[in-house]
Write a protein that binds this ligand. Structure first.
Ligand SMILES: NC(=O)c1ccc[n+]([C@@H]2O[C@H](COP(=O)([O-])OP(=O)(O)OC[C@H]3O[C@@H](n4cnc5c(N)ncnc54)[C@H](O)[C@@H]3O)[C@@H](O)[C@H]2O)c1
Length: 266
């Protein structure tokens, strides 16, 4: 897919990776870019900065009826949705002791939000025999977000859902991509570092931190090649291979990194 004249919806589009995708899609000639976010005012401000092609709206992806209404309204206004980026996500910074409310929120945003998006957008795409669904998952969905158990479990579920969708709908003309970045310089990572979350510190210590615009570059390339797995940090493919070949060795390496970070605290 190239972006010229495409109608695109991006959840979690107010800032971070979602906003960078919106800016880049508009620059690539998209016909319409809808930025939908819990932070409605921020989504509107981001859209205004992009220009008339963009619209900002309030949306809670955990509310299935609201996701359906957004899809219906976008199809009514623009005739179709070519690309839906289910990008909204939340981190918790918690382990198994994180309150059930945190586990529930991570599940409802990181997994059910993607499911609601797929349910709402697929009927229109299937009726046209084409469309692209991009689920922002995470390298945590292929590996582990040390220090964030709800994030790890729900991002693994998100990758599983993306793969299921890709296999099930490809022959009907639907393309599905799973975007799996490692560290990206957005409020999510910055907040984790400010609060001293181990997970954010491991990310910062274990690889390159990309800008959201660099992630958008990788997405443009991945969409052009209709790739399932979009890895803005290419080294994640190597990490995933090593983890699959030698899970015990892989875990030992991560434990060593955590010990090193904890020793630095003393
Ligand atoms: N920053 C990273 O290092 C990193 C790495 C891998 C994956 N990701 C993923 O990238 C995606 C975007 O995150 P980001 O890094 O840009 O962080 P971010 O916090 O800037 O963006 C997340 C956006 O999602 C919105 N959101 C949260 N809950 C929502 C809900 N219920 N409904 C609608 N919108 C909601 C937030 O308001 C926010 O604008 C997330 O899915 C995140 O898990 C981020």
């Amino acid at each position: 897919m190239n972006l010229t004249d495409r109608v695109v919806v991006i959840t979690g589009g107010a800032g971070g990776i979602g906003a960078a995708l919106g800016r880049r899609f508009a620059a690539e000639g998209a016909a319409a870019v809808v930025l939908a976010d819990l932070a409605a005012d921020a989504a509107r401000a981001t859209a205004e900065a992009i220009g008339p092609v963009a619209t900002g709206v309030g949306l809670d992806v955990t509310d299935e009826a609201a996701v359906r209404a957004l899809v219906e309204e976008t199809e009514r206004r623009h005739g179709r949705i070519d690309l839906f980026c289910a990008n909204a996500g939340v981190a918790t910074g918690g382990g198994i002791d994180a309150p059930d409310a945190d586990w529930d929120r991570a599940w409802r945003v990181n997994v059910l939000g993607h499911l609601h998006s797929a349910r709402a957008v697929l009927p229109g795409m299937l009726s046209r025999g084409q469309g692209h669904l991009l689920l922002t998952c995470s390298a945590a969905g292929l590996l582990t977000a040390v220090g964030d158990a709800p994030y790890t479990a729900t991002k693994h579920a998100a990758v599983g859902l993306a793969e299921w969708l890709a296999i099930t709908y490809r022959d009907a003309g639907i393309r599905v991509s799973a975007l799996c970045p490692q560290g990206v310089d957005t409020p999510m990572l910055a907040d984790g570092l400010t609060e001293g979350h181990l997970g954010a510190r491991v990310i910062a210590a274990s690889g390159t931190i990309l800008s959201p615009d660099q992630v958008a570059d990788a997405v443009i390339a991945g969409l052009a090649e209709e790739r399932f797995l979009i890895l803005p940090h290419p080294e994640v493919a190597d990490y995933a291979r090593r983890r699959a070949e030698d899970p015990d060795g892989w875990q030992a390496g991560l434990r060593k990194l955590v010990r090193k970070l904890r020793a630095a605290d003393r």
